[in-house]
Each structure stands twice: as C-alpha cells, then as structure tokens.
Design a protein. Structure first.
Length: 96
C-alpha cells in the first residue's frame, strides 16, 4: 500500500484537468482552504458521496499517560474541539 501525498494529488488533478502542476496545486489549495474556512466559521462541510467534516466538542477527561514523568498518574485532558470526518456511502463502498 502506497502513501499518497499532497504533491501526488496535485499532479493527478493537473492531469485530469489537462493543465499544469501549478494549476492542479491551485485547484486543490482552493478546495482545502474553502473547507478550512467553513470549519473555522462553525459550518459543516458535506461532500455528497465522499463524506462530511464537522467540528466536534470533546469533553474533559482524566487519563493515565503511559510515558513521561507523569506515567501512571491521572492527568486531566481539558475540553477541546477537533475536526471530525464521517465517510460517505461511495467512499465506504470504494474502501471495501
């Protein structure tokens, strides 16, 4: 299984659009920045068939770290937000 990096995706986009690698990078950059801006403003991003991105609230919790100076002692991880992704039907089907 190979690792697909951003540069690989931009090359594929450029090929499919029949443009230069710079145009592929600009297209991917525009999509990614649009998703980031929408999430920053609190919106949910839905790409039908592919999946959806949303900001999720994570509650504070107590955990035991397994490494470091506090290993074995309970520490509190504060409440925070994170980006969540839920795969769509077509993406799930492609992964099987």
């Amino acid at each position: 299984m190979a690792t697909l990096r951003k540069s690989d995706i931009t090359a594929r986009i450029a090929t499919r659009l029949g443009g230069s690698r710079a145009q592929g990078e600009a297209a991917l950059g525009a999509v990614l920045s649009s998703i980031q801006e929408a999430l920053q403003s609190g919106d949910k991003v839905v790409l039908t068939g592919f999946g959806s991105f949303s900001i999720r609230e994570v509650k504070a919790r107590r955990v035991k770290p397994i490494r470091g100076g506090q290993a074995g002692k309970l520490i509190t991880v504060p409440a925070h937000k994170r980006v969540g992704f839920t795969a769509g039907a077509e993406l799930n089907k492609a992964a099987q």
